[in-house]
Ligand binder design. Structure first.
Ligand SMILES: CCCCCCCC/C=C\CCCCCCCC(=O)N[C@@H](CC(C)C)C(=O)O
Ligand SMILES: [Zn+2]
Ligand SMILES: [Zn+2]
Length: 457
């Protein structure tokens, strides 16, 4: 990639495209970022076979017309918005986009302006080499992923559906080259997520008669609700480990673990109960084996000497692929087992279906091939499940091949910086991401029977 690559990312980081809530986002910044990509990637915007459309004012859809209409198109995705970043705790201000010690710092450097910039830069590089793709593809840049994507991705998806588009596959954020995230597994491995967990935001509410605090009743709305949410926190949803994608992932990783992990994972027929318990010990692997329960909001009380009429809590469940929203709701009601607690579903969706990862799965195989070429040191490429949610779920009507992968090494510190503090990307990692997309686009054009001849960076 050219020397400007880093500089372009820094400037994008300086534009605070924050989504605060579904109702509130920094639309001035979103518009500014739209103008910015126009300014720094003029070739992308001025090429005759690329159509650019703005959707719902701030999202962007690029249609790159390939020369061979018989090939089914695919889509590359990223999002322009970021979560808020209060300045406390940051080594450098989160919207400074400063470069220090080979790293670009700031909110959005991993989630997900890196992908916005890398996709456009890779395409720009191909265009400057007079490359016209054979296979058409779309680039969808949503502007509200961090607040559910209903204005951006959902609208782009509806637009494409109305045009009769069906995609061979799509690639979005959500998974990485995992580096030290699994205890005792020191070797990095590439995980391409082939599904993502579902979600349920559930409000619990207790209404009681208000009164004077000098003569309190035996139970208050706060006490009843606290007991209910505490029961939910203390009673984890069932461990679903045993089949499906995770079992496949672990079997593929088995020989990478030192003794005795390798023996346990190579003999899951015998050690399944033990492995399933071990997975619960770490908060990341725990999230892979069950529907998680996170108590995230709690509101009650209006004055120190008033018995509160109303107490409310919101719980965020992330639903394991082997369960449904309906099943989780039933379990929750059984655990709470108190008629005074009312339930209101604020938002819910089931886990995504599992995308294919067999030899015939075009998207998966292209990603695997490109990983092996760009990261020859990575021995294992494995399908996995994304524990968070992405804009990709809005496109499930257009394709059965949804693949989540960011071609970046992710260490525990990087993992906690996503939505946390000190988010940063090394200039070298960003350049490698550009190289990855540059090769991926060309691999998607190659005759699958022959070894591709690539333009090189
Ligand atoms: C043996 C396998 C090991 C696997 C380790 C897994 C480690 C997980 C690593 C990365 C997960 C990062 C997830 C990033 C995508 C999440 C994006 C996001 O925050 N989305 C929001 C969307 C919501 C609809 C607002 C979310 O809350 O999920
Ligand atoms: Zn993201
Ligand atoms: Zn995010």
């Amino acid at each position: 990639p050219d020397a400007q690559g880093g500089a372009r990312v820094w400037s994008a980081i300086q534009i605070p495209t924050v989504s605060f809530s579904r109702e509130e986002s920094n639309t001035t910044a979103l518009a500014e970022l739209g103008e910015y990509i126009h300014k720094v990637f003029p070739t992308v915007f001025n090429t005759s076979f690329i159509k650019h459309e703005v959707v719902e004012k701030y999202s962007h859809l690029f249609t790159v017309q390939g020369s061979d209409p018989s090939l089914q198109p695919y889509m590359l995705m990223a999002h322009l918005d970021v979560v808020p970043a209060p300045e406390e705790g940051w080594e450098v201000p989160p919207f400074s986009g400063l470069e220090q010690d080979g790293f670009i710092h700031g909110r959005g450097t991993l989630d997900n302006k890196n992908s916005v910039m890398a996709i456009l830069q890779a395409l720009d590089l191909l265009l400057t080499r007079n490359y016209q793709p054979r296979r058409s593809f779309f680039i969808a840049l949503g502007h509200d992923e961090e607040v559910y994507g209903t204005k951006g991705a959902q609208k782009i998806s509806a637009l494409l559906q109305a045009r009769g588009v069906q995609l061979a596959f799509l690639v979005d954020e959500g998974s990485f080259i995992m580096d030290g995230l699994i205890p005792s597994l020191s070797k990095p491995f590439a995980m391409i997520s082939v599904s993502e967990k579902g979600a349920l935001d559930l409000m619990l509410q207790v209404n009681m008669t208000p009164g004077h605090s000098s003569a309190p009743p035996k139970e208050t709305s706060i006490g009843i609700l606290s007991a209910a949410v505490s029961r939910l926190e203390q009673t984890p949803m069932p461990n679903m480990f045993g089949s499906g994608t995770l079992k496949k992932t672990l079997e593929q990783l088995a020989n990478e673990f030192p003794f005795p992990g390798n023996i346990l994972l190579n003999n899951l027929w015998l050690f399944r109960p033990l492995v399933s318990r071990l997975m619960e010990r770490n908060y990341i692997t725990n999230a892979l084996v069950r529907t998680t329960t996170a108590l995230t909001m709690f509101h009650a009380g209006i004055k120190v000497n008033v018995i509160p009429p109303l107490a409310r809590a919101i719980i965020n469940f992330r639903i394991h692929p082997a369960q449904t929203v309906h099943e989780v709701l039933e379990l929750v009601k059984n655990i709470v087992a108190d008629d005074r607690v009312q339930f209101h579903v604020l938002r819910a969706f089931d886990p995504l279906p599992i995308s294919p990862s067999d030899d015939q799965a075009l998207g998966y195989q292209l990603l695997r091939q490109t990983i092996q070429s760009v990261f020859p040191e990575v021995n294992i490429v494995t399908p996995g499940i994304c524990i968070g949610n992405t804009d990709s779920r809005h496109y499930a009507n257009l394709t059965t091949g949804i693949y989540l992968f960011n071609p970046i090494y992710l260490q525990p510190q990087g993992f906690s910086s996503i939505h946390g503090i000190n988010e940063k990307i090394s200039v070298q990692a960003y350049q490698t991401q550009v190289k990855f997309i540059f090769e991926l686009i060309q691999n998607a054009d190659a005759d699958r029977k022959h070894v591709p001849h690539l333009h090189e960076l």
